[in-house]
Write a protein that binds this ligand. Structure first.
Ligand code: 5GP
Ligand code: MN
Length: 336
């Protein structure tokens, strides 16, 4: 492990830095990565953000988004940048399997690896970590890193503030999940003071969908939603024909599961999607119910207590059956 004083010293000299984040990056992944990018470039570093895969259209407006390299579009450049980096920041993930093939390059690279993350059970590939499962978003930890560890609040300019606001907003469900503490609100207020235009950011993220995405949502709610009242659980199942018919692209299915959770009394909501390579599950829960336990135990995944995910190589029907067969085991927790 590297001590912070040494890291700080390194960061006060120009370095080759790569920032990477988990595959299919969400608002927190991109917001924290570009937030850190916009901070580090002000310090004179050579910085690139490299994502393992593409990410939703509604995140492609973030300040300096054109500087992002997508590994699947530029594999050789991505690999070389990672292998030649002095420092690699790993944001919003803590297991190298979450960055697909990039994981092997990060492992091979002699760069110092700095992990900033809020997920459970870090794997331990890092040299320095700023990690807390109590943080509502990695963007919150990036703010804390810049302001309290580096002591550089003056470098939170409008671009940094906009990115970090986006990360906190998206990962906290627009400031409503349980971990949206008073401290989070203070940070968010400070980001607005530093130039984040909250109303514009909400519009860019939440009012930026295609017509077919909205009709897809209607289809899911009308035709694909099952409610299991006896278990306080709900499920939305999406097959590959649905994805084709509504021209679903990266990011279009994000948030759909929350509608199932919004039904009165529902404690566990699932979205099961038949992707080309495997069946993907997204689980959301309320209160103490451990959605991550189900993902870890039955679906090769994990995540947070109230927001978790996993996958299955069984077919869609079998995966749905398996999910339903698990509900009786959790009945006590679900109905209490
Ligand atoms: P989503 O349902 O939005 O895909 O994921 C919600 C959360 O669950 C993510 O923030 C991540 O923490 C976790 N998660 C999703 N998919 C996986 C997975 O395949 N493996 C693990 N370990 N965690 C996942
Ligand atoms: Mn996150």
């Amino acid at each position: 492990m590297l001590d912070f004083t040494r890291l700080k010293k390194l960061l006060n000299k120009s370095q080759n830095i790569v920032i990477t984040t988990h595959h299919k990056p969400d608002g927190d992944a991109m917001g924290s990565s570009l937030g850190l990018y916009n901070y580090l470039v002000q310090k004179g570093h050579q910085v690139r953000v490299i994502t393992p895969t593409d990410y939703p259209f509604f995140l492609q407006w973030l300040p300096n988004n054109p500087e992002v390299i997508i590994y699947t579009d530029n594999p050789t450049e991505s690999k070389n940048k990672i292998l030649n980096a002095d420092i690699i920041f790993c944001l919003d993930f803590n297991a190298l399997s979450r960055i697909n093939e990039l994981g092997e390059f990060v492992r091979q690279s002699s760069a110092i690896k700095v992990m900033i993350d809020h997920h459970l059970e870090p794997e331990g590939f890092d040299d320095f970590r700023h990690w807390s499962i109590n943080a509502c978003a990695t963007a919150q930890l990036v703010y804390d890193f810049i302001v309290n560890l580096m002591g550089e609040r003056h470098l939170i300019n409008k671009d940094v503030a906009t990115c970090l606001y986006t990360g906190i907003m998206t990962d906290s469900g627009s400031f409503r999940f349980q971990n949206t503490t008073a401290e989070v609100h203070h940070i968010v207020a400070d980001l607005i003071a530093c130039g984040a235009e909250n109303w514009k950011i909400h519009q860019m993220v939440y009012d930026n969908f295609s017509e077919s995405r909205l009709r897809f949502l209607g289809h899911c709610l009308l035709n694909r939603l099952e409610v299991f009242t006896e278990y306080n659980a709900a499920l939305i199942t999406v097959n590959k024909e649905d994805l084709q018919k509504y021209h679903i692209t990266t990011g279009d299915t994000e948030g759909v599961v929350n509608y199932a959770l919004s039904i009165n009394g529902i404690k566990l909501a699932a979205l099961i999607i038949e992707r080309p390579d495997r069946v993907k599950l997204s689980l959301r829960s309320t209160g103490e119910f451990p959605a991550n336990e189900i993902c870890k135990k039955y679906f090769n995944g994990g995540g947070h207590r109230n927001a978790a995910g996993g996958y299955s190589y069984e077919n869609l029907d079998q995966t749905v059956k398996k999910f339903k067969s698990i509900l009786p085991d959790y009945k006590t927790l679900l109905v209490q």
